[in-house]
Write a protein that binds this ligand. Structure first.
Ligand code: NAD
Length: 343
């Protein structure tokens, strides 16, 4: 199997997970890195033994010598870097949030399509072992046809110490975390026709909203609630678990705190432990996310080699991103937003 060569742009907080995962992924390795901050470039270059180091992405692309680029910067630079990759005909992975606005995201998808290069958004939450287990149970027909769901992420974890920029944006929880839960809702219950949302800010030290409650009308007639909070103090901190409840015509699924999958139907109730693996480089409680980083990156390589569309392609992610924008618009106007009209 030929090994693909990759370049990573953005050597910040989360890129360490991506670099560890690239070491584990079969069929690819990182040959060059780029960050405009020399200190970050040195930390990641030294830790992972990468000699080709760039402070400027244009210089990286001009030198070339890689088959794909992994863009792990924050959102401000995503459009420019994805367009740069398209210009150089290099397939690209782009971190979430994909873009600053839905119209930017649409242009990025179109640009890559016209250039004939693959584009995948690093939307990793649907790749978590427990979420995959929920989808498998549903697909196996364990609860019949689902008519209601809840996708819940409520925590009091201090995310601001590792990612200080999260305290500074006008928008916070829907754009940063809700985006993952909305993607899971789509992955499990299908696309959405309308979104209604309410938001609030509890933590006075941050600028954006840290609590959101979102109602989704799915195209198949199911209704779901996506509720996210970073202002919820619980006796056992669930970070970073997304809890799932599904009611179907023949039973129910509950993904409970501590990674228990409970399926109830006419045969009774079965409870399975669907804990993620603790990869050698991972650490609790992040291991659930870290394992999904490995899984999505392996998927990137496998699909690229087969020439097939990725589960979270840029085009797919437009439908998740529309829910983010729709939720903010709904909360601002106090109205239900037609998602179809946005796409
Ligand atoms: P960070 O600020 O720690 O790191 C970003 C790095 O990119 C910085 O070192 C910065 O110098 C560099 N950079 C920015 N623009 C650049 C450019 N044009 N050229 C070269 N380098 C540039 O941010 P982070 O916390 O690592 O987050 C990065 C992205 O990952 C964000 O979009 C965030 O939402 C996402 N993220 C995803 C998950 C997940 O589970 N999928 C978790 C955490 C963060």
């Amino acid at each position: 199997m030929t090994e693909l060569k990759g370049a990573l742009i953005g050597c910040g907080f989360f890129s360490i997970n991506q670099m560890h995962a690239w070491n584990d992924v079969e069929g690819a390795r990182i040959v060059a890195i780029c960050d405009r901050d020399p200190a970050r470039l040195k930390v990641v270059g030294d830790q992972f033994g990468i000699d080709r180091r760039y402070s400027d992405a244009e210089a990286l692309f001009a030198d070339g010598g890689f088959d794909f680029v992994d863009i792990a910067t924050t959102v401000e630079s995503h459009r420019a870097l994805v367009e740069m990759a398209a210009r150089h005909k290099v397939p690209a992975i782009c971190q979430k949030p994909f873009a600053k606005t839905l119209s930017d995201a649409k242009i990025m998808v179109e640009t890559c399509r016209n250039a004939g290069v693959a584009l995948m958004v690093h939307e990793n939450f649907r790749w978590q072992t427990p979420i995959q287990a929920v989808r498998k149970a549903l697909e196996a027909g364990a609860i019949g046809t689902p008519f209601w769901g809840r996708f819940s992420f409520r925590s009091g974890y201090d995310v601001f110490s590792g990612q200080p920029y999260l305290a500074e944006g006008e928008r916070f929880i829907i754009e940063d975390l809700g985006i993952h839960a909305l993607d899971i809702a789509r992955y499990i219950l299908g696309d959405v026709s309308a979104v209604t949302a309410r938001t609030t800010r509890v933590n006075p030290k941050i600028k954006g909203e840290d609590v959101a409650t979102i109602l989704l009308d799915h195209k198949n007639g199911a209704t779901s609630v996506v509720d996210v909070s970073y202002a919820t103090k619980l006796s056992t901190e669930p970070f970073p678990e997304t809890l799932v409840e599904l009611d179907g015509s023949k039973g129910t699924i509950r993904l409970t705190q501590g990674y228990g999958l409970k399926v109830t139907n006419a045969q009774g109730t079965t409870t399975t432990n669907v804990s993620p693996k603790l990869l050698p480089w991972a650490s609790r409680p992040w291991h659930n996310i870290q394992e999904s980083v490995y899984a999505i990156q392996q998927h990137w390589v496998d699909q690229l080699k087969r020439g097939m569309e990725h589960s979270t392609s840029g085009a797919d992610n437009l439908r998740t991103f529309a829910l983010v924008e729709g939720a903010y618009e709904s909360a601002a106007k106090g109205q239900t937003i037609d998602v179809g009209a946005m796409l």
